[in-house]
Design a binder for this molecule. Structure first.
Ligand code: ZDP
Length: 347
């Protein structure tokens, strides 16, 4: 099923006639377009006021993918407001975020060497804000670009606001991503939580809605607050399935100790090499999976002495394999990324 879908994506991309009239493509057209007089609609289409997109998902974390690699270097053509509309599950396509494949040099980061990059990735959360990185999203980007180009090698060096990230498409459809070295210095996460161990905020006390939680702060380019439970009452560990994330998530997201807001991971350790995690994402709320969050979870698990460096993180949408490599401190994430449908939207 995934293979058939990918083959038709290639046809769409490579055959200009197919591009002009994507027969068989799922067309997502906003109702207000249909209500317009045909002339206006024709003019809008002629002016290319539409975006071709493919919808991808990685463990149920879903994204609208747009290919602007042939466009100008710099910012994506869509605004955060347009992205938020596309993500709307009732009035738009429906997604947790929008990911734009851009020409190299389109994302700035310290120490950037543009020549090293194949492409750049820019992203919007479903609330229209732009995060630095997206772990599930970069796996989707890799399979998206691989399907469009249908050429080897299928390993890419992608410039993101969080630095150079390197996804590699495997023959079985999984994507392994070198997510780089996590940042633990509190000021760089950024968090006001005090450093407790070797300059990192590990098991730091954080008062949220009147309870004291123990939190470890990790940046995977974007900020994460990882918690294995409250100081009192969770000694046996969190039962993440029973948690009401919507009740507590927003209080973590906008907590004053995380000035750029934060993603929050609630983690239940089943074994040292297998944990269950539920996430409340900055700018997107409860999602089925978070790639950067799974990486941050294992980094925090190792720092707190709770997990091995190689660990499976079970998310509501399925498992991700994470390794925080001892030799060079880089985090490697492996997981799926699949095409769901593609179409065109007036937005
Ligand atoms: O940092 C943020 O604002 C996140 N919401 C970005 C998206 C992260 C994502 N869930 C991931 O997989 O890393 C897509």
């Amino acid at each position: 099923m995934a293979a058939t879908a990918m083959a038709s994506l290639n046809v769409l991309a490579l055959n200009p006639r197919a591009r002009a009239s994507p027969r068989g493509a799922t067309r997502v057209v906003a109702p207000r377009v249909l209500a317009r007089p045909p002339g206006v609609l024709r003019a809008a289409v002629a002016a290319r006021a539409t975006h071709k997109f493919a919808k991808y998902q990685g463990l149920g974390n879903d994204f609208v993918m747009i290919d602007e690699r042939d466009g100008p270097v710099g910012a994506p053509s869509i605004t955060g407001e347009q992205a938020a509309k596309m993500c709307d599950r009732n009035f738009g396509i429906g997604a947790d975020g929008v990911i734009v494949a851009m020409p190299k040099g389109s994302a700035e980061y310290p120490g950037r060497v543009v020549e090293e990059e194949d492409y750049a990735m820019r992203m919007f959360n479903s609330d229209g804000t732009e995060p630095e990185m997206c772990g599930n999203g970069i796996r989707c980007l890799a399979n998206f670009v691989a399907a469009l180009d249908d050429a080897d090698p299928r390993a890419y060096k992608v410039g993101t606001l969080a630095g150079l990230i390197q996804p590699e498409c495997k023959p079985d459809g999984q994507v392994a991503v070198d997510m780089g070295v996590p940042t633990l210095t509190p000021a760089d996460v950024p968090t006001k939580l005090a450093a407790t161990e070797d300059g990192a905020a590990v098991k730091s006390q954080m008062t949220v809605d009147g309870a004291t939680w123990l939190a470890t702060a990790v940046s995977m380019g974007n900020p994460h607050c990882v918690t294995f439970g409250r100081e009192k009452g969770d000694e046996k560990g969190l039962a993440v399935d029973d948690m009401d994330l919507a009740a507590i998530g927003p209080s973590f997201e906008s907590h004053e100790t995380f000035p750029a807001r934060t993603n929050t991971e609630f983690v239940e350790v089943v074994r040292r090499d297998y944990v269950k995690m539920r996430v409340w994402e900055r700018g997107a709320g409860a999602t089925l999976a978070c790639g950067t969050g799974a990486c941050a979870t294992v980094v925090a698990g190792v720092l707190e002495g709770r997990t091995d460096r190689k660990c499976t993180v079970e998310l509501p949408g399925g498992p991700l394999e994470i390794e925080w490599r001892e030799s060079d401190s880089r985090v490697i994430m492996t997981g799926p990324a699949e095409l769901v449908f593609y179409g065109e939207i007036d937005a």
